[in-house]
Each structure stands twice: as structure tokens, then as C-alpha cells.
Design a protein around this ligand. Structure first.
Ligand code: AMP
Length: 180
């Protein structure tokens, strides 16, 4: 199956081709059409299977689709939230968003603990379309009133099993309750 048959936009297909990928991996073949069709997707795949692109590509496509109307005035809100268990994974996921979204005009942000909070507060004052976050820091900023998640229309729990193993369930539930 060629990548181009998945129904992704030409900007995204171009970025994928520039990385040298011609065929979607099995997880991508199954997850991408389902996510593009607006379904909820629960997927299990090992590291190295291409699962990150399995969720970043459809999010980039859906958020850059001009036929899906957003607010007409003001700065666009955070529309996609990707929760991950570790700082390293947050950074890897954002790199993938930057790579695959290089021909799009979408902005992403990493929100992780263990680093100063003030630059993150500053960053939130400019446009963030896609937020990649670990639960603890996201809740800190949310409690400080720095974060609005009411317009989030795409949500990913990456490595959900690991998040549960690390005891993040109460935090994840709190975060989900502040999204639609
Ligand atoms: P992941 O499982 O998401 O950590 O991805 C593992 C590696 O596979 C990453 O280096 C990706 O850049 C790469 N990758 C993702 N999709 C493909 C694909 N369709 N063909 C070849 N490599 C890919």
C-alpha cells in the first residue's frame, strides 16, 4: 500500500516522502484511516513500529483541514493534546510533529516538568495548536489558570499503559475533565 493512498494532504505526504518513507507500517495502515474518519482508536504496537506517525499524521491533517472551521477571531486555541508519560517521549513526539508538519502552518509546544515553568507560561501566550505534555506539569499550569483546553478536539494518550504504571491515572482523569 503506498503512503499516498491513506488520504493525507499533499503537504503531509510530501514531508513523509522527504523522510524516505514510501509504505505505511502496519500500525499506520490501520490507525491513520480510522483516525481520519473521526473514530476513536485504541492501538497497541511496539516501539519502532511507527506508532508515533500513526497518531501525529492524522492530527496534522485534521488540524490543517481548512474546511473544518475554527474560531474566526483571535489566536487559535489549543486543539490537540498529546499526553505522554515521560519528558523524553514528549520531546520525541514533538520532533515528529515538527518533521511531518514542516510544510504546514501549525505550532506545537512541549510542556514537561523538571525545567523552569516561566518559559512555558510565556510560550502559552503565543499560538499553540498542538500541545505535547506530561500530566504533572500540565496540571500545575492548569491550576495556575495558564491553560485552556476547552477547544481540544483531538486527544492522544501515548503509552497509556506506562502512564497507568507510573500512577498518572488521577492526573489524567483531572486533565480529561477539563477537555470537551
Ligand atoms: P516509532 O515506533 O513511532 O518510535 O517509530 C520508529 C521509527 O520508525 C522512527 O524513527 C520513525 O521515523 C520511523 N518510521 C515511521 N514511519 C515509518 C515508515 N512508514 N517507514 C519507515 N520508517 C518509519
Amino acid at each position: 500500500m503506498p503512503f499516498t493512498s491513506l488520504g493525507l494532504s499533499k503537504e503531509i505526504s510530501r514531508a513523509v516522502a522527504e523522510r524516505g518513507y514510501t509504505e505505511p507500517t502496519p500500525i499506520q495502515q490501520q490507525a491513520i484511516p480510522a483516525a481520519l474518519a473521526g473514530n476513536d482508536v485504541l492501538a497497541g504496537a511496539q516501539t519502532g513500529s511507527g506508532k508515533t506517525a500513526g497518531f501525529t499524521l492524522p492530527i496534522l491533517h485534521l488540524l490543517s483541514d481548512k474546511s473544518i472551521k475554527g474560531p474566526s477571531e483571535g489566536r487559535p486555541p489549543i486543539r490537540a493534546l498529546i499526553l505522554v508519560p515521560t519528558r523524553e517521549l514528549a520531546q520525541q513526539v514533538e520532533e515528529s510533529i515538527i518533521d511531518y508538519g514542516q510544510h504546514l502552518k501549525l505550532n506545537s509546544m512541549v510542556m514537561i516538568g523538571g525545567v523552569s515553568i516561566n518559559p512555558q507560561i510565556q510560550r502559552l501566550r503565543s499560538r499553540v495548536d498542538i500541545l505535547v505534555a506530561t500530566p504533572g506539569r500540565l496540571l500545575d499550569l492548569s491550576r495556575q489558570g495558564q491553560l485552556k483546553l476547552k477547544e481540544v478536539s483531538r486527544l492522544v494518550l501515548d503509552e497509556a499503559d506506562e502512564m497507568l504504571d507510573l500512577g498518572f491515572l488521577p492526573d489524567v482523569e483531572k486533565i480529561l475533565s477539563s477537555t470537551p
